[in-house]
Design a protein around this ligand. Structure first.
Ligand code: NAD
Ligand code: WQD
Length: 351
């Protein structure tokens, strides 16, 4: 089977999806986007087209759970493969709105599968998460680590993976590549695309960017008593450009053969919270004031990918490091101090 040429990107206006659209347009794919803008804004796609110098083939504002609307998209376009980013992703919110999260993430995925099935589309790249591992109890995680999700968001991703594995098991025409991202961060080097976080940001990198920019007084470092060299928690930050590069490579490997294949996507390199503070301060040439605060409930000391499987099977490795991530996040912050201000509607990300 030849690699796909027309790719449907769900959640294509989101943080990772928008960068993926640029990557796919740059590599000659016909890109069709569906997004309900529940955590994004249509103007992102104008920026995508500006960077790529090409138009997205078509954009549909719809909720992927709207089966009739989604089916009409497949009717209109000869889709070869789907890259499925659309989901709700705020861990904290998921603990307070579990039904919303299961409906959006699991229901969204089954609705997508139904539309694919009805239209004879059997190739899917799925956004999974290191969150599925939960508190795995050890530090460098490979894909054989048994998932132990600890919140509804993580459980929804693990449920999706189990559904996809079962579909592949029962329907041999399917190929599904599930990519478990560790901590995607950074921005497009143009400064036009990046992470537009909720207010206040939940994740470290956008929070640090806003502190460096003076929009927030200081960072609260959640925990300085972890069993790590500097006492702060260690994560595996992966540049969003590396993240989407891996998706483009994944599309080539959909042709390798049927079945479900799961890969960690990480740099395989751990950075502590204070490493991030130092790196950001260096590239921005700004102080990043911080104070220590209690551990955040649910956090673990260290989560670093063993990313050797994707390197072995696809020859894929990240090319950018923590300084690159901070440099590009800083450029986006400076050029977009209020994110994609104004037009974003984000009921899925905020209380
Ligand atoms: P994002 O919120 O920026 O992007 C998701 C996009 O999907 C948004 O544009 C949103 O409007 C859209 N969307 C959500 N529900 C939808 C629905 N029902 N129908 C249509 N569109 C819908 O998130 P992101 O950071 O780009 O993450 C993309 C994917 O990667 C998600 O599945 C997420 O769970 C996964 N992931 C993200 C991270 C991370 O740190 N960002 C880490 C691991 C996995
Ligand atoms: C990183 C480190 C915090 C904010 C999340 C999701 C996970 C996955 C990736 C989607 C931690 C510390 C943070 C702050 C801090 N997403 N921190 N002060 O929690 O590793 O992973 O994104 O699938 O599911 O949970 O990322 O950026 O929130 O935190 O000290 O203000 O920074 O405690 O150690 P996390 P993060």
């Amino acid at each position: 089977m030849s690699p796909p040429s027309t790719v449907l990107v769900t959640g294509g206006a989101g943080f990772i999806g928008s960068h993926a659209c640029v990557e796919l347009l740059d590599h000659g794919y016909e890109v069709i986007v569906v997004d309900d803008y529940s955590n994004s804004t249509p103007q992102v796609l104008t920026r995508v087209e500006r960077i790529a110098g090409r138009f997205v083939g078509a954009v549909y504002e719809l909720d992927i759970r709207d089966r009739r609307a989604l089916s009409a998209v497949f009717d209109r376009h000869a889709v070869d493969a789907v890259v499925h980013f659309a989901a709700y992703k705020a861990v904290g919110t998921s603990t307070r709105m579990p039904v919303e999260y299961y409906d959006a993430n699991v229901g969204g995925t089954t609705a997508l599968l139904r539309a694919m099935d009805e239209h004879g589309v059997h190739q899917l790249v799925f956004s999974s998460s290191c969150a599925v591992y939960g508190d795995a109890g050890h530090e460098r995680l490979d894909e054989t680590t048994p998932p132990r999700p600890t919140n509804p968001y993580a459980a929804s991703k693990w449920l999706c993976e189990q559904i996809l594995a079962d579909v592949c098991h029962r329907c041999p025409e399917y190929t599904v590549l599930s990519l478990r991202y560790f901590n995607p961060a950074g921005a497009h080097p143009s400064g036009l695309l990046g992470e537009d976080p909720p207010d206040p940001p939940e994740n470290l990198m956008p929070y640090v960017a806003q502190v460096a920019d003076g929009r927030r007084e200081r960072l609260h470092v959640f925990g300085n008593d972890y069993p790590t060299p500097d006492g702060t928690a260690i994560r595996d930050y992966l540049h969003v450009m590396d993240t989407v590069d891996a998706h483009r490579v994944a599309l080539d490997h959909l042709a390798d053969g049927p079945g479900m294949h799961v890969y960690n996507l990480g740099a395989g390199r751990g950075s502590s919270v204070l490493d991030v503070v130092t790196a950001f301060s260096e590239v921005s040439d700004r102080p990043v004031p911080y104070e220590f605060a209690p551990r955040r409930p649910g956090d673990v000391a260290t989560l670093v990918a063993d990313a050797s499987a994707v390197a072995h099977d696809w020859g894929w490795r990240p090319t950018l490091d923590l300084a690159d991530i901070c440099r590009d996040a800083w450029r986006f912050q400076q050029l977009n101090p209020n994110g994609y201000a104004g037009s974003a509607r984000r009921p899925n990300a905020k209380e």
